[in-house]
Design a protein around this ligand. Structure first.
Ligand SMILES: [Zn+2]
Length: 158
């Protein structure tokens, strides 16, 4: 249904090999399942400006680290005007098409990275978005004032 190759957006990306209908669960986001404490410990020596991690926050107790035992889902890039979304079902994470995707199109979803009061000042630079969408907000982070939705991805590799 899809394959990984170089992306114009960012590093590697995942591209549709055939038409994918809206509502299709294209892939599960797999990796080591950790507690937040375990994830913090695993990456405590990494500088936050090195956002080369594949952590996905499932809920308050579980983080998926696709850097270990991950699958191609970790290469799906962020977009501010995506064709997929991440959804959590029974504490598993799936990437689902939110519109019909044509062969050759790059799969994307909005990372909705949560903000933290310990974030450095240049956090929006670290997670700068260049998706090129008309409504690109310039950052993979979720806007500061909207608290309605929970934080999702904690970061992604370049
Ligand atoms: Zn963008």
């Amino acid at each position: 249904m899809m394959r990984v190759r170089r992306s114009r957006v960012h590093g590697r990306g995942v591209f549709a090999l055939r038409r994918i209908r809206k509502g299709t669960r294209v892939i599960e986001y797999l990796g080591d399942r950790l507690s937040h404490r375990q994830a913090d410990r695993r990456y405590e020596h990494k500088d936050i400006s090195d956002n080369h991690t594949f952590l996905f926050i499932v809920d308050r107790s579980v983080v998926i680290d696709a850097g270990v035992n991950g699958n191609d889902a970790r290469f799906i890039n962020h977009s501010c005007d995506p064709n997929c979304e991440s959804l959590i079902d029974d504490r598993r994470v799936f990437i689902e098409a939110i519109r019909t995707i044509q062969p050759g199109e790059e799969l994307t979803y909005d990372y909705q990275i949560g903000r933290d009061r310990n974030d450095p000042q240049d956090i929006d630079q670290i997670y700068a978005c260049r998706c090129g969408a008309g409504k690109c907000r310039g950052s993979m982070l979720w806007p500061p004032r909207r608290k309605a939705r929970p934080p999702r991805r904690a970061g992604k590799r370049a």
